[in-house]
Ligand binder design. Structure first.
Ligand code: NAD
Length: 271
């Protein structure tokens, strides 16, 4: 299906928690496309053990790393290059977590210690990852780094809470680091803005079902499923997209460009 687009390429994939995770699908598609890669997640997430099946299927090793720990991340990059036998060609950052949402704190009553942690896990970790790679010169020329984001970075979705700020920061880091990494090593950095998707992180947002159905009825193509997001990631990791960088790429079935759909209008039409 993916025509060995990634044959000979080495990668690191963050964030495969279970079979609904977007990163899980990306790993499966990258494997199909001929890549070799390392899987990583927070030690606590690895304890659940679901990732072992994926690793076996993809012939991948698992390296634990908490994205907020500099030493974990340094170790991840060093070990990945050793295991894979050279510099890294592609990286997927598929990591997000809001402590305030998890603890039920409303947006107008945020706990700032939680908020710092949210921003660190969900956004600053993208900078940390790239800074470590940059200093170690760990990414090949024309390498591709992708982070996953959501349109709440541009528009207000009240239940998305502080994750909106986290995603704005993540997208900004992609633009800024994309400049520096492009100039020095021709490494490209982009974010993919994905439709609402039924995953552990997704369904943590309250009212997610309504949110999902609304986006489905507004998008001309419907919500983009996780498998299709994975295909898009493969395209972005491949040599066919070499001049795409510093972009926030909407992968949302047309949601971001649509003001209203006839389906949504029909729901509000008076008899
Ligand atoms: N599901 C959606 O609706 C949706 C839509 C757009 C974007 N996204 C983004 O896609 C990405 C992946 O989310 P998902 O929906 O697949 O959910 P998921 O819950 O499967 O993935 C989130 C991952 O982040 C990992 N993580 C959390 N804290 C970590 C830490 N400190 N160190 C390392 N890893 C840590 C979790 O273990 C998990 O694997 C996230 O950035 C999310 O915001 C999701």
């Amino acid at each position: 299906m993916n025509h060995q687009l990634l044959k000979g390429k080495r990668g690191i994939i963050f964030g495969a928690l279970n079979s609904s995770s977007i990163a899980w699908h990306v790993a499966e598609k990258c494997h199909e496309a001929g890549a070799s890669f390392v899987l990583t997640n927070a030690p606590i997430a690895l304890r659940m053990g679901e990732i072992n099946g994926l690793a076996e299927k993809c012939n991948a090793q698992i390296i634990p790393a908490d994205v907020t720990s500099e030493s974990d991340m340094e170790n991840l990059i060093d070990q990945s290059m050793e295991i894979l036998g050279g510099k890294i060609d592609f990286i997927l950052h598929s990591v997000g977590m809001s402590l305030n949402v998890r603890k039920g704190k409303p947006y107008t009553d945020l706990n700032y210690d939680f908020m710092h942690k949210t921003l660190d896990i969900s956004a600053i970790s993208f900078h940390r990852l790239m800074q470590i790679c940059y200093k170690k010169d760990a990414v090949s020329e024309w390498g591709s780094i992708v982070g996953l984001t959501y349109i709440a970075a541009q528009r207000t979705f009240p239940d998305y809470s502080e994750m909106a700020e986290a995603k704005s920061l993540l997208e900004s880091i992609a633009r800024s680091f994309g400049y520096h990494y492009g100039v020095r090593n021709k490494v490209r950095v982009n974010t993919i803005s994905q439709s609402p998707t039924m995953t552990t992180a997704g369904s943590g947002v309250s009212g997610f079902d309504a949110f999902f159905n609304y986006a489905e009825s507004l998008s001309p193509l419907g919500n983009a499923p996780a498998e299709a997001c994975a295909d898009y990631c493969v395209a972005m990791f491949s040599d066919l997209t070499r001049y795409v960088t510093q972009q926030n790429l909407f992968h949302d079935g047309g949601f971001s460009s649509t003001g209203v759909s006839t389906e949504v209008m029909a729901k509000f039409a008076s008899e």
